[in-house]
Design a protein around this ligand. Structure first.
Ligand SMILES: [Mn+2]
Length: 483
């Protein structure tokens, strides 16, 4: 399957499985409340918001439970705490379907909407499972569709009854961007994501255009957009308002007589935008000359930007930035606020969200600077041992950001952080487009380690291992990569 086209092979079958689940959902929630378990990253919270909206419209009783990370302990906790009879899993569950069926003894109805690589079922399930996952139809769930996309496709099954439900497409796009599925030329979306995007553009809900990828550029003066841009560390600019002002003066974009606080990105003409990009690249390459190249760096500055077209948006109408807001809420321990923010607007909520996001961004940029100094390179393995300074909840975000700025052929980035139960969390990312399957790699690397588990996507995967097995794990990885 090529999948780069808008309608990959297998799409019809996937859509049919969604239709069946949509029909099932109409019969759920009559005897008991529906428990919706969702992941706390941007894709998970967008999926949760889409389902919450849909269930509310269908007048179904439901409880939404954000889940930090799924493994056998979490599933036991779910049974002990909720003993759900009717459950929907969003953005998690496919890899643990066997354990879910084994441990949730009260379950009568189960829908899983997930795009992680499914685990194998050892025995025939005793109930009918509505398992919606692109991989079941040979569609690459890491690239072409997110869980939010699946949730959106489920939701629009009811668009005849609720025409305004199509507006949820903005959350489908948010989820795909949150999961870094903007991997086409100039950060385009691909496959079914592109299908949803085209529909959203047609419905006048989203606008896509090539632009600078700065966050907050509509809301903040240009110098602050630069000083607070943490995707690339720009010497003399990142973290320094004065440095950013001086830079803009030096390259002749900012006039001495102009008040920097009234000078915004939108005040630049296209020539000035180009000049700004080239000068920023000159700055950035200092920091990244041995781990990156200019084209990779340029791709982190320029590409498709996706804008929500609603006019009452608070904070931002940039979908990629909206994803980082949801992610910040989830990873800072406020997933419910993220879901509320995805669906509603209020002055008070907006004020709280702005604070969460600012704290989160400061924390991330502090950790990134530290992590970049701690990279140890052994062959094709780039390892950052962050046990002392990266928390479990942030490790995948940090791994994604750093993998985008490291450019080493064939290399794999491994981030180690401390988790509960004396475990370590491992986040793995590719630093290039090699064919290696990271999920399979990690599954193999934990095979001979007791109480370890691994899962995820081809390009982004994770594992939990006991603390004392780190050395074995790294040896296994090295062996698997070199052969
Ligand atoms: Mn996801």
């Amino acid at each position: 399957m090529s999948g780069e086209e808008v309608y990959p092979e297998g799409t019809d079958e996937l859509f049919l499985s969604i239709k069946k689940a949509a029909k099932k959902l109409l019969n759920m929630g009559n005897r008991d409340v529906i428990f919706v378990f969702t992941h706390i990253d941007a894709d998970g919270l967008s999926s949760g918001a889409i389902l919450a909206y849909t269930l509310f419209k269908l007048q179904k009783p439901f409880v939404l439970v954000p889940i930090n990370q799924i493994h056998s302990k979490t599933i036991e906790y779910i049974e002990k705490t909720y003993a759900p009879e009717e459950a929907i899993f969003l953005d998690l569950g496919s890899g643990y379907i066997g354990q879910i069926l084994d441990s949730l003894n009260h379950l009568r109805e189960l829908i899983i909407l997930d795009h992680h690589i499914p685990g194998a079922l050892k025995t025939e399930p005793s109930i009918k499972v509505y398992h919606i996952n692109p991989w079941l139809y040979n569609i690459d769930g890491g690239k072409y569709i997110s869980s939010s996309g699946l949730a959106y496709l489920l939701a629009i099954s009811y668009k005849q009854r609720f025409p305004e439900i199509i507006k949820l497409s903005r959350l489908a796009i948010t989820g795909a961007l949150g999961d870094s599925q903007d991997i086409g030329v100039q950060r385009d979306l691909l496959g079914i994501n592109k299908l949803i995007l085209n529909q959203a553009i047609h419905d006048n809900i989203i606008d896509a255009k090539i632009d600078l990828l700065f966050f907050g550029k509509e809301q903040k003066p240009l110098y602050r957009t630069l000083s607070e841009f943490y995707t690339l560390i720009l010497p003399g600019i990142t973290g320094s308002d004065d440095g950013a002002k001086k830079f803009l003066l030096d390259i002749g974009i900012l006039d001495e007589n102009r008040d920097p606080d009234t000078f915004y990105f939108r005040d630049l003409n296209s020539e000035e935008k180009n000049l700004l990009v080239e000068k920023l690249l000159e700055r950035a390459i200092f920091n990244y000359s041995d781990i990156s190249n200019i084209d990779v760096l340029r791709d982190s500055l320029v590409g498709f930007v996706y804008y929500f077209k609603e006019d009452n948006i608070k904070i931002t109408n940039d979908a990629r930035e909206f994803a980082t807001i949801l992610n910040a809420c989830g990873k800072s321990g406020f997933p419910e606020m993220g879901i509320r923010f995805a669906l509603t607007r209020s002055e008070e909520l907006t004020r709280q969200i702005v604070k969460i996001v600012n704290d989160y961004k400061n924390e991330i940029s502090r950790i990134i600077s530290k992590a970049l100094k701690e990279i140890s390179i052994k062959g094709n393995l780039c390892v950052i041992n962050g046990q002392k300074f990266i928390s479990e909840g942030l490790s995948s975000t940090i791994a994604s950001i750093i993998s985008r700025i490291i450019k080493r052929e064939e290399s794999i980035l491994i981030i180690i952080s401390k988790a509960n139960y004396d475990m370590l969390k491992i986040s793995a990312r590719k630093c290039n487009n090699s064919n290696i399957n990271l999920r399979d790699l990690l599954v193999k690397a934990v095979e001979n380690i007791q109480n370890a588990s691994a899962g995820g996507h081809i390009n982004a995967a994770g594992a939990y291992i006991p603390k004392e097995s780190l050395e074995t794990f790294l040896e296994n990885l090295t062996r698997l990569i070199e052969h």
